[in-house]
Design a protein around this ligand. Structure first.
Ligand code: ATP
Ligand code: MG
Length: 587
């Protein structure tokens, strides 16, 4: 699928912030971008929560809806920027009242409840370090992260506390305070009820001077390739959130924005909380998990204008067909974006068919703190490409030479590792307790991402695969994404995961695991048809030699296919760290 999706300026409902890529790149500087922020009063430095919340009161947005929360049972709560300022002040005061000090770690383990958002922003005001976890994590992943991160405070619900925390309190001697949201639980040692502690706290709070380089967030990676790493981020990252919210997501003053990610994954914090609030838009939060129909209803009823989601969800919607989408109307929707995994060309084009808009893929990692490579509202899309680097970001394709150095690949269309020139404001400042591993990510002023890509002659980047996942077969380097995308073009295929299996003749052979769309039978005839389809699309050297059918593929809680697990299971090897595996896939 080579066709380009052209952007016609007359079709833009808002003039894109980045209307001319080359010109914007040429004039951009991070120093000038500081104008997008206010900074704390009287030269008090930079604090994420001030930029996301308090400053909007001085810009006439006090009454504007900051967060529109849609609860599981049909509940609805709106918080204006002024209310958000007051409620987060209460939480900051509550922490201070408990004697919690700046720099101490506040862990969040609660579903997408309003209190999650209040606690995160309030703790940032108090200059604590926040670490949001998936509420679906089991006790062990919670304990290891809280131990590693030296959790001092935990905000959770009574139910999660009883099921997952109570039994491991003695492993967490540093955990002094547990704040529970919901039914009262008074009496337990160090357990406070949110309603008794936070609600009566003062709604006035002055953020103390904050060093922009002080730690703000601790985010664990998705664990797709192994044991999750704790990426340390600082308050200065908020500048990247402002810039990427503006250029990559094209957020405008009147937008209603919805990021579907949970804050347990970095996307749900950087773009589910910080970027939209920093840009002063209305941020929709949906408590419920994915359900296609519910999602279409939210898009329609809330008049969402900018929507940021992920390939897994898009593929699930594709499985149900474009017709299901057409029962709804989305007159407000003007920009759709995706992140987290490669977005197959098929999915980009399906967006056009189902919603009348393409999905705009973008690329980043927990370590980069914000979007680094993106498709933009005004830039033509080459389906299957993750786009071009953000203003302020210098990207390159590099090859590692044997001696620990790197060489820049200057010619187009050559595979190599994606590297980003340091520094940029949202770059991680460390891996928690893993200095050596952190240092190894940097060579000659470049951050090496561990992802293989190629850049074409127009400067678009194409994802090839994670360095760990790339298959070497008979002298070819095969990226699983290319093979998965070809399989996805077949009408029977809903999902595909591709791995290499050791082979004495050719090094590795390509094997695919496929989940089918409803109505298709996993039989021998279809297997042969898919093998033939792939061979025709990819050539015999790259096409899979084997295909197995599965009902679903193992994925992380952030929605990524765990190819390492497909491989380990296939080869009967140890399965490694499964702390982020979605529980229904656990054997
Ligand atoms: P771990 O590092 O623990 O193995 P992870 O890399 O999946 O987990 P994240 O930081 O959540 O943890 O994910 C970032 C990775 O996701 C990227 O390095 C890349 O491999 C993949 N990714 C994100 N967006 C895209 C995209 N648009 N296209 C292709 N891959 C993407
Ligand atoms: Mg990673």
């Amino acid at each position: 699928m080579e066709s380009i999706i052209r952007k016609a300026p007359e079709s833009f409902r808002e003039k894109p912030h980045l209307d001319n890529y080359d010109a914007t790149i040429a004039r951009f500087s991070w120093a000038q971008a500081e104008q997008l922020l206010d900074g704390l009063p009287n030269g008090g430095g930079l604090n994420m929560a001030h930029e996301a919340v308090d400053r909007h009161l001085q810009h006439g947005r006090g009454d504007k809806v900051a967060i529109r929360w849609l609860g599981k049972g049909g509940g609805r709560r709106e918080l204006s920027y002024a209310e958000l300022a007051r409620e987060t002040n209460r939480f900051a005061n509550a922490l201070q009242g408990l004697g919690v000090l700046p720099g101490e770690r506040v862990f969040l383990l609660l579903g997408r409840l309003p209190e999650l958002y209040l606690a995160l922003l309030g703790a940032l005001k108090a200059r604590c370090v926040v670490s949001p976890l998936f509420s679906a994590f089991g006790p062990e992943p919670i304990a290891t992260r809280a131990e590693m991160g030296d959790a001092r405070v935990l905000v959770t619900t009574p139910e999660l506390y009883r099921r997952k925390i109570q039994g491991l309190r003695d492993r967490l001697p540093g955990l002094r305070h547990v704040i529970v949201v919901g039914e009262a639980m008074a009496g337990e040692d160090g357990v406070h009820d949110w309603s008794a502690l936070v609600a009566p706290a003062s709604a006035d709070y002055t953020i103390a001077p904050t060093d922009r380089e002080s730690t703000s967030l601790l985010h664990f990676t998705s664990g797709t390739t192994g044991r999750p790493k704790g990426a340390v981020h600082v308050h200065a990252a908020v500048l990247a959130h402002a810039v990427t919210g503006r250029y990559a997501l094209d957020l405008h003053e009147n937008d209603v924005f919805w990021c579907t990610a949970d804050p347990g994954w970095v996307t749900g914090t950087s773009y589910g909380i910080l970027a939209p609030l920093v840009c002063g838009v209305t941020n929709v939060v949906v408590e419920a998990e994915f359900d296609a129909q519910t999602w279409y209803e939210v898009l329609q009823r809330e008049r969402v204008s900018v929507w940021y989601t992920a390939p897994t969800a898009i593929r699930m919607m594709m499985k149900l067909g474009a017709e299901a989408v057409k029962a709804y109307r989305f007159p407000a929707l003007r920009f759709m974006a995706s992140v987290g995994e490669p977005l197959n060309p098929e999915a980009v084009v399906w967006g056009l068919e189902a919603f009348g808009l393409p999905f705009h893929d973008n690329w980043w990692q927990t370590e980069t703190g914000g979007i680094m490579v993106s498709n933009y509202a005004a830039m033509d899309i080459k389906p299957g490409s993750m786009g071009r680097p953000l203003p302020g970001i210098t990207a390159a394709v590099v090859s590692r030479n044997g001696g620990g150095g790197i060489e820049l690949v200057t010619q187009p269309d050559v595979d190599g590792e994606l590297a980003l020139q340091t520094p940029w404001p949202s770059m991680m400042r460390g891996y928690l307790n893993e200095d050596e591993r952190y240092r190894k990510c940097f060579v000659d002023g470049w951050y090496l991402t561990g992802d293989l890509v190629r850049r074409d002659g127009d400067g678009y980047y194409w994802f090839v695969g994670r360095a760990d996942d790339v298959i070497k077969s008979a002298g070819h380097l095969i990226g699983p994404f290319e093979v998965e995308s070809a399989l996805l073009e077949h009408p029977a295929v809903a999902e595909a995961g591709v791995i290499g299996l050791p082979d004495p003749m050719v090094g590795e052979v390509v094997k695919a695991f496929v989940a089918l769309k409803p109505g298709f039978q996993p039989d021998e005839a279809l297997r042969r048809e898919l093998l033939g389809h792939a061979r025709k699309r990819l050539g015999a050297a790259v096409a899979p030699k084997q295909i197995d059918f599965r009902n679903s593929l193992p994925r992380t809680r952030s929605g990524k296919i765990m190819r390492r697990l497909l491989k380990a299971r296939e080869l009967g090897l140890p399965e490694g760290d499964l702390s982020t595996l979605e529980s229904d896939e656990k054997k």
